[in-house]
Design a protein around this ligand. Structure first.
Ligand SMILES: NC(=O)c1ccc[n+]([C@@H]2O[C@H](COP(=O)([O-])OP(=O)(O)OC[C@H]3O[C@@H](n4cnc5c(N)ncnc54)[C@H](OP(=O)(O)O)[C@@H]3O)[C@@H](O)[C@H]2O)c1
Length: 261
């Protein structure tokens, strides 16, 4: 199986920690030179310095806020002018919890900005080079809520559905250019976000965090949470030459948690 990404440049967003950081690591192991992007400069510096470089590749970082479209566009223009991007991992932090009916217009606008508009800005920046080379990989990190909306995540459920519709449309538009567009749907993955979700739920229900974790794990056929590397491995596979004929899919990495077919 051809997993070799030597000579490819990957831009991995939301990569100062969590699933993004793990994806950057897996892509670097396959030979890609990786640029990690998020808001916290110090963390990015450390992540980039720690990435494997056994293929002699160069890693870099860019500090940018995905909510600030104009600044993001400027950062990306400079990046792709210096070093065109072959692989885009479109990932960021999830929207805050709450019900769909109580959320305000600004909550929806904020989430659409950080997920859909940021994704569109990223895609438009990397597309000319991918098209010219007739090769590209775009992977969006979304959520299982694309298929099964999650109670208490009203805004997130809504924006994830929009991202999935956008991505499917892109996959059909860009397939003739040799560019694949896929989504990875993480289940419960051991990251800062999951730790926060467990803390919030424990506080809300007046329960012990270990009891909350045990409850959540009991609902997963694999009976455990994923390690970020496991989710990242699926992302890296979709970016590899071996996955050239896989496009327009939403791949769940959830230990079997979703009940739908
Ligand atoms: N972990 C799970 O169990 C799980 C399950 C389902 C779906 N997901 C989804 O998968 C995605 C990644 O999750 P995760 O668990 O890895 O999250 P995480 O640990 O909270 O990491 C989020 C990353 O995104 C960056 N980020 C957040 N806001 C940003 C912004 N405005 N601009 C630029 N970068 C930003 C953060 O870095 P900075 O703070 O440095 O900007 C960080 O590197 C999220 O959308 C999450 O909802 C996660």
């Amino acid at each position: 199986m051809d997993l070799d990404l030597t000579g490819r440049h990957a831009l991995v967003c939301g990569a100062s920690e969590g699933i993004g950081r793990a994806a950057a690591h897996e892509l670097a192991l396959l030979g890609a030179g990786v640029t990690v992007l998020a808001r916290r400069e110090a963390a990015l510096r450390e992540v980039a310095a720690a990435l494997p470089a056994a293929h002699g590749q160069r890693h870099d970082w860019r500090a940018a806020d995905l909510a600030d479209t104009a600044a993001l566009r400027a950062t990306l223009e400079a990046l792709v002018a210096a070093r065109p991007v072959d692989i885009l991992v479109n990932n960021t932090g999830g929207p805050p919890g709450g019900s769909a009916h109580a959320a305000g217009a600004e909550d929806y606008l904020d989430a659409f900005g950080r997920h859909l508009i940021a994704g569109q800005t990223l895609v438009q920046a990397v597309l000319p080079h991918m098209r010219a080379r007739r090769w590209g990989r775009i992977v969006n990190v979304v959520s299982t809520s694309v298929r099964e909306p999650i109670p208490g995540l009203g805004v997130s459920n809504t924006v994830r559905g929009a991202v999935a519709g956008w991505a499917k449309t892109l996959s059909r538009e860009l397939g003739p250019d040799g560019i694949t567009v896929n989504n990875v749907l993480p289940g419960y993955t051991e990251t800062g976000r999951l730790a926060q979700i467990v803390r919030d739920r424990a506080a809300r229900e007046g329960r012990d965090e270990d009891a909350v974790r045990a409850d959540m794990q009991a609902g997963v056929p694999a009976r455990r949470f994923a390690r970020a590397e496991e989710t990242a491995a699926a992302i890296a596979f979709l970016c590899s030459p071996a996955a050239a004929y896989v496009t327009g899919v939403s791949l769940a990495v959830d230990g079997g948690r979703m009940a739908s077919i």
